[in-house]
Design a protein around this ligand. Structure first.
Ligand code: GAR
Length: 211
C-alpha cells in the first residue's frame, strides 16, 4: 500500500477529489495518510479531519528559511513513510533539498496548459491574454516553477462570456478527474519518465480531450 501525503494551502477541492477516488477505489493500492498545510485556516485541513486523515498546519513564520521549513515538512513525510507527495493548491515553491529527497515522486496540478501561464495566475493570465483554449496540467515537480515533466493535460475551451470564476469552475471540474487519474497511473507503475517526457503505459490515459 503506497502512502500519499497531500500539501495544500487552500480550499482543498482537489484533495477531496483524491480522497473520494481512494474511497471509491478509483485509486487502489494507495491511501492518503497525511495532509500538511502552510495556512492555519486552510479548508483542506478540515476535509482531512472529516475523513480521519492526520493533518497538520506547519507555520512558515517559525522557520528562518524555505530550506528549514521544508526540512520540517520532510521530517513529517519521513515519519509517515510517504511514497508520493501530491501538491494540491500548495502555493509555495519547494526547496532543491525537498525536490531531491522526493525526485519524480512529487506531483503538482496547474490550472493552465503548461508551459503557458505558469505561476499563481494560471487562469487570470490565460483569460487576459485572450487564448481560446486553456486547460490543466498534472506534472512532476522539479526545481523550477511549474517546469517538471508533464504527466497529463486536458484542454478547456474559453467562452466569450467567461470570467475568472466561470473558467476556474470548468477547469477545476477537469482537475478533479485528471489528478486522481494521474495518481492512479503512478500507483500502478504506469508512468515512465525519459528526460522531460512521461510515457503512459495505459490505453486510455494519454488522450487529450477537449471539453
Ligand atoms: C487548483 O485549481 C490548482 O490548479 C491551483 O490551485 C487550485 C487549488 O484548488 N494551483 C495553482 O494555481 C498552482 N500554481 P483546491 O485548493 O480547491 O484544490
Amino acid at each position: 500500500m503506497k502512502h500519499i501525503a497531500v500539501l495544500a494551502s487552500g480550499n482543498g477541492s482537489n484533495l477531496q477529489a483524491i480522497i473520494d477516488a481512494v474511497e471509491s477505489k478509483k485509486i487502489s493500492g494507495a491511501q492518503v495518510v497525511l495532509v500538511l498545510s502552510d495556512k492555519k485556516d486552510a479548508y483542506a485541513l478540515s476535509r482531512a479531519q472529516k475523513h480521519g486523515i492526520e493533518n497538520k498546519f506547519i507555520n512558515p513564520k517559525l522557520y528562518a528559511s524555505r530550506q528549514e521549513y521544508d526540512h520540517a515538512l520532510l521530517a513529517c513525510l519521513q515519519e509517515q513513510k510517504i511514497d508520493l507527495v501530491v501538491l494540491a493548491g500548495y502555493m509555495r515553491l519547494l526547496s532543491p533539498e525537498f525536490v531531491t529527497a522526493y525526485r519524480n515522486r512529487i506531483m503538482n496540478i496547474h490550472p493552465a496548459l503548461l508551459p503557458a501561464f505558469p505561476g499563481t495566475k494560471g487562469i487570470a493570465g490565460a483569460l487576459e491574454y485572450g487564448v481560446k483554449i486553456t486547460g490543466c496540467t498534472v506534472h512532476f515537480v522539479d526545481e523550477g516553477m511549474d517546469t517538471g515533466p508533464i504527466i497529463l493535460q486536458e484542454a478547456v475551451v474559453v467562452k466569450d462570456d467567461d470570467t475568472v470564476e466561470s473558467l476556474r469552475a470548468r477547469i477545476q471540474n477537469v482537475e478533479h478527474r485528471l489528478y486522481p487519474k494521474a495518481i492512479d497511473l503512478w500507483v500502478r507503475g504506469k508512468i515512465t519518465i525519459q528526460g522531460r517526457r512521461c510515457f503512459i503505459d495505459d490505453d486510455e490515459a494519454g488522450t487529450f480531450e477537449c471539453l
